[in-house]
Design a binder for this molecule. Structure first.
Ligand code: MTE
Length: 321
C-alpha cells in the first residue's frame, strides 16, 4: 500500500515475511503436533504465545477449515502481520505499538438518515445480536492472504435496529482519532486521519458483511482493530476498517481513505478481481501467509462470487476499481 511509485525491484522489507516469524510458526506447528496430549485436555488447551502473552484458543478450532477446505492461519500470523497504519507502516508495528490503546469503554455514534441515531455503547450494540464464528479469506490488495476465524455478527442486524430512511443509499464508517494512543496519527505524513471507509447500502446489508469483535473466538487484539471492525470478505482488505467509532447513513457515495490517498490505484468498490491488475502488480495470484511465494490463484470476488456477483449485475468490473 505504498503511496508513491517505485521500482518493482525495490520490494519493501515489510512485504516479505521476516524469517523469524516464518521459523517461529514452523516451531509452533511442530510443537502443536507433538503436544497432542495437551490438545486433548479440554476446551482451551490449544495455546499460542504472542508478545510474551499466552493466548488460549478454544478447542473447536482444532478441526475447523474454510468452506474450500483451507487450513486456518495461526493466531500468531493473524495478530503479528497487520496493516493498521495508525500504529506504523511495518507489518509488525501494530502488534508492537498498540499496547497503550484502550478499546474499553467504547461508544459508536450512529448518524445520518436513520430513525434511531445516537451514541450506542458497544455492550448495548452487542446485547441483542447472536455472535458467530465466520471463517473468511482476507485478501489484501498487496497480494497476500490469510484464512481467519473472525467472531462477530452481520452488520445488517445493527442496520435494521437503527432503521435507515429511504435517503440512506450508502454507509460511511470512521476509525477513532486518538493521536495520544496511536503514534502515527501524530502526523499526517502516512495517511489523512481519521481512516474512513464506505459501502453501498446493499453491500452493507449483505449477509457476508460482518462486524467483528474477536478472532479465534477470543477478544479482538488491538492490532486487529479492537474493539469493533468491519469485514467484507469479497473486497480487498483495506475496506475492513478498524476500531470504528462512527457509522453514518448518507445519500451520496462517501470517499474512502486509500482512494483519497491515491485515486489512481484505489477505488470505492475494491472487489477482489484476479483480472484487474493493480497499476504496480498483478492481482492474478496471491501469497498465503506464512508462505513467501504466490502459489495461490486469486479467486473472483475472493471466492464468494456465488453469494455476491448479483450485486454488480450490469457493472463493468474492469472499469470500476
Ligand atoms: N483500518 C484502519 N483504521 N487503518 C488501517 O491502516 N488497514 C486496512 C484494514 N483496515 C487499516 C484498516 C488494510 S490495508 C488491511 S489489509 C486490513 O485492515 C488488515 O487487517 P488485519 O491487520 O487484521 O489483517
Amino acid at each position: 500500500m505504498i503511496i508513491r511509485s517505485k521500482k518493482s525491484s525495490d520490494i519493501p522489507s515489510s512485504e516479505i515475511t521476516p524469517p523469524e516469524v516464518y521459523l517461529e510458526r514452523r516451531r509452533f506447528i511442530r510443537e502443536a503436533g507433538l503436544g497432542l496430549a495437551t490438545l486433548a485436555l479440554g476446551s482451551t488447551a490449544l495455546s499460542n504465545e504472542v508478545a510474551g502473552q499466552s493466548q488460549e484458543i478454544p478447542a473447536r478450532f482444532r478441526t475447523i477449515k474454510s468452506e474450500l477446505g483451507e487450513e486456518l492461519n495461526s493466531y500468531r500470523d493473524i495478530t503479528t502481520y497487520n496493516n493498521f497504519y495508525e500504529f506504523g507502516t511495518d507489518k509488525r508495528d501494530p502488534s508492537r505499538n498498540s499496547g497503550d490503546f484502550e478499546p474499553k469503554p467504547w461508544t459508536v455514534s450512529i448518524e445520518g438518515h436513520v430513525n434511531k441515531p445516537g451514541n450506542y455503547k458497544l455492550d448495548d450494540i452487542l446485547a441483542p445480536v447472536t455472535m458467530e464464528d465466520r471463517i473468511y479469506r482476507l485478501r489484501c490488495v498487496e497480494a497476500w492472504s490469510m484464512v481467519i476465524p473472525w467472531y462477530g455478527f452481520p452488520l445488517s442486524a445493527l442496520i435494521e435496529r437503527v432503521e435507515p430512511t429511504g435517503n440512506a443509499k450508502f454507509v460511511r464508517f470512521e476509525t477513532v482519532y486518538r493521536p495520544e494512543q496511536m503514534p502515527a496519527q501524530r502526523t499526517r505524513v502516512v495517511l489523512p486521519w481519521p481512516y474512513v471507509e464506505g459501502l453501498r447500502m446493499d453491500e452493507a446489508m449483505h449477509p457476508l458483511t460482518t462486524l467483528v469483535t474477536g478472532v479465534y473466538g477470543t477478544e479482538l487484539p488491538n492490532q486487529n482493530g479492537a474493539p469493533l471492525r468491519l469485514i467484507v470478505p469479497w473486497k480487498y482488505g483495506f475496506k475492513g476498517i478498524k476500531s470504528i467509532v462512527k457509522i453514518e447513513f448518507v445519500e451520496r457515495m462517501p470517499t474512502n481513505t486509500w482512494k483519497m490517498a491515491n485515486p489512481f490505484e484505489y477505488g470505492f468498490y475494491s472487489n477482489v478481481n484476479p483480472e484487474v491488475s493493480h497499476p504496480r502488480w498483478s492481482q492474478a495470484r496471491e501469497r498465503r501467509l506464512p508462505s513467501l511465494f504466490k502459489s495461490y490463484e486469486t479467486l473472483m470476488f475472493n471466492g464468494y462470487s456465488e453469494e455476491v456477483s448479483h450485486l454488480y449485475t450490469g457493472m463493468d468490473l474492469h472499469r470500476w476499481k
